[in-house]
Design a protein. Structure first.
Length: 103
């Protein structure tokens, strides 16, 4: 797992043609807005979250975020344990995101 600053995360994401953006917040949080093209998998769903991760392509590069960076860090650690090689945690999370947002 790599913790990336907001600037590093955005720059690396923009240049990555194998990128997959993963939002691990709750559905209620997502209603406040999300990073364009992000797929939402709520980390609080427990085992269901694990099943959803298992369905993902492990060859992709995952850019993971939550509200402040804590849950996404946990998600990246879980993903690494499951065999995902490239999971990047957005430090500061969505609350510090200054890029594009969709509602």
């Amino acid at each position: 797992m790599s913790d990336l600053s907001q600037e590093q995360w955005a720059k690396q994401l923009k240049a990555d043609e194998n990128a997959f953006i993963l939002d691990v917040r709750t559905e209620e949080e997502v209603e406040d807005g999300f990073i364009p093209n992000a797929k939402n998998l709520n980390i609080f769903k427990g085992q269901a979250f694990i099943y959803e991760l298992e369905a993902l392509d492990k060859s992709k590069n995952y850019y993971v975020y939550c509200r402040s960076g804590g849950r996404s860090g946990q998600a990246c650690a879980i993903m690494n344990e499951m065999g995902f090689e490239n999971a990047y945690n957005l430090l500061g999370g969505f609350s510090e995101w200054t890029g594009d947002v969709e509602k």
